[in-house]
Write a protein that binds this ligand. Structure first.
Ligand code: CTP
Length: 401
C-alpha cells in the first residue's frame, strides 16, 4: 500500500525546493498532502504544490468545515510520516514550545507518525544557541532532523543553513519507512523507573529515577517487532503503545515480576534504579514523631540482576551501572560479578547524563572486553544503539543452541 506523507512547508526562501521534493515523492508512489504555513505562501504558491502533489494544499486552519476535518484531524491520523522541508527557525521554536497556532503545527502536535524536519535558514540563525537548544529538545522527544548543508546561502554568506539536498531528504524519508524488524518476535523484558521501599503507609525510601531510559528502550524494542514486557516502578510516563506493562512498587515485587517471567524471555534489560536497601520493618500505621527513632534500620533488597546472572541459560542480560566515580572499573566489576553480556555505564555527575533528563552519556562495556563510549545522545538514540547490540548478541546465541 502507498505510504501517505504530509509535506509541511514553512516560511524560508528554500520553500521553492518543496516543489522538487513533492515531485520526487510522487514519483516514488507516495501519497503526498501538502500543508503550508501562511508565511510559506509568500515564497511559493499553493497552486504549484497542489499541481505537483495532485492533492489540495492546506493552509488555513479555519478555512471551511470540510478542509478543517481533513486538515486537522484525519490528515494527522492518516499520515505515515510528516516531513517539514524547509523548517524555519520560527517554526522549530513554535514546535518546541508546544504551540499549535497554525494547521501544520497543530497537525504535528496531533500525529503519531514519525516527524522529520529539514531546517533551512541563515547560518547565524542556525548556529544561535537558542535554536540549537530547541533542536536538542525536539530530538530528545523523538523528532528527527536532517542537517542543513554548508554552502552559499540565499543571503549571500557562506555557512551552515542550506536545506539538505533532495537526495539526502528523500533518503531519510525512505529510511524512516524501511523499519528495522531485527527483533521480530523476540521476547524482551525491560525494567524501568525507581522502586519505593515503604516505611509506613505514608513514607518511603526511593531515588530520582524518571524511568525515561527504560521506557525509551521498551518503545524502541516494540517498534522493532519485539514482544515487550515493561516491569516498571512508579513513574509519570505513559506506557508506550504495544508494550505490556507490569506495574510494581518495591524491589521485592520487581524481583518476583522479573524472575517469574525469566524463562520465557530472550533478553532482560535492567534499566530500573532498584533500591538496594529497605527499612527492616514496615509499620502498618503511620509512625508518630514521638515514637519515631532517628536511626533507621535497613536491610538489603534482593539483587535482581545478580540472581538472573546466576540462573542464566540462553538469555541476554543487560545491566546498567549508575556511578559517580571510577566509572569503568565499577561498571566492569558489575559486568563480571553479575554475569552480564553488556553493561551500560553512566557517570551521573556528567552534564547530559543520568536521571530525569532526555539525553544520556553512556559507555557500553561488553563481556568480550570491548568498550564503546557514545557521545551525548537522546535516550531514544541510546536505546536504538543498545538494541542493535542486543539483537546481534541474540543472533549469536541462537546459532550456538
Ligand atoms: N539492580 C538489581 N537489583 C538491585 C540493585 C540493582 O537488579 N537490588 C540492577 C539495576 O537495575 C542495574 C544494575 O543492577 O541494572 C546495577 O545497579 P546499581 O545500583 O548501579 O549497582 P548495584 O549493583 O546496586 O551496586 P552498587 O550499589 O555497589 O553501585
Amino acid at each position: 500500500m502507498s505510504k501517505t506523507v504530509i509535506l509541511g512547508v514553512t516560511g524560508s526562501i528554500a520553500a521553492y525546493k518543496a516543489a522538487e521534493l513533492a515531485s520526487l515523492m510522487v514519483k516514488r508512489n507516495y501519497v503526498v498532502h501538502v500543508i503550508m504555513t501562511p508565511a510559506a505562501t509568500r515564497f511559493i504558491t499553493p497552486l504549484t504544490l497542489q499541481a505537483i502533489s495532485q492533492n489540495p494544499v492546506h493552509v488555513d486552519m479555519f478555512a471551511s468545515p470540510g478542509s478543517w476535518e481533513i486538515g486537522h484531524i484525519s490528515l494527522a491520523a492518516r499520515a505515515d510520516l510528516v516531513l517539514v522541508a524547509p523548517a524555519s527557525a520560527d517554526f522549530i521554536a513554535r514546535l518546541a514550545a508546544g504551540m499549535a497556532d497554525d494547521l501544520l503545527a497543530a497537525t504535528i502536535m496531533a500525529t503519531k507518525a514519525t516527524v522529520l524536519l529539514a531546517p533551512a535558514m541563515n547560518d547565524g540563525m542556525y548556529a544561535n544557541p537558542v535554536l540549537q537548544e530547541k533542536i536538542v529538545y525536539l530530538k530528545g522527544v523523538g523528532y528527527r532532523f536532517i542537517e542543513p548543508e554548508t554552502g552559499r546561502l540565499a543571503c549571500g554568506t557562506v555557512g551552515q543553513g542550506r536545506l539538505a539536498s533532495p537526495e539526502a531528504i528523500i533518503g531519510a524519508v525512505s529510511q524512516a519507512f524501511s523499519s528495522n524488524q531485527d527483533l521480530a518476535d523476540k521476547r524482551i523484558l525491560v525494567t524501568a523507573g525507581p522502586t519505593r521501599e515503604p516505611l509506613d503507609p505514608v513514607r518511603y525510601l526511593s531515588n530520582y529515577s524518571s524511568g525515561k531510559m527504560g521506557y525509551a528502550i521498551a518503545e524502541e524494542a516494540c517498534r522493532r517487532g519485539a514482544r515487550v514486557t515493561l516491569v516498571s516502578g512508579p513513574t509519570q510516563l505513559a506506557p508506550p503503545p504495544g508494550v505490556s506493562l507490569v506495574p510494581v512498587e518495591t524491589a521485592q515485587e520487581m524481583f518476583e515480576a522479573v524472575v517469574g517471567r525469566y524463562d520465557q524471555v530472550d533478553a532482560v534489560i535492567k534499566a530500573a534504579a532498584v533500591a538496594d536497601f529497605r527499612p527492616r520493618q514496615k509499620s502498618e500505621q503511620k509512625l508518630k514523631k514521638q515514637v519515631f527513632s532517628p536511626v533507621l534500620e535497613l536491610e538489603r533488597t534482593p539483587d535482581i540482576l545478580g540472581y538472573l546472572g546466576e540462573h542464566k541459560s540462553r538469555q541476554v542480560l543487560v545491566g546498567f551501572a549508575a556511578e559517580t566515580e571510577n566509572l569503568l572499573e565499577n561498571a566492569g566489576g558489575k559486568l563480571r560479578q553479575k554475569n552480564l553480556d553488556l553493561v551500560v555505564a553512566n557517570n551521573l555527575t556528567e552534564p547530559g547524563a543520568g536521571f530525569g533528563v532526555d539525553t544520556n552519556l553512556v559507555t557500553l562495556l561488553y563481556s568480550s572486553g570491548e568498550t564503546v563510549k557514545l557521545p551525548v545522545l537522546s535516550k531514544k538514540e541510546v536505546a536504538g544503539i543498545l538494541l542493535d547490540k542486543v539483537a546481534a548478541i541474540i543472533q549469536v546465541q541462537a546459532k550456538k543452541v
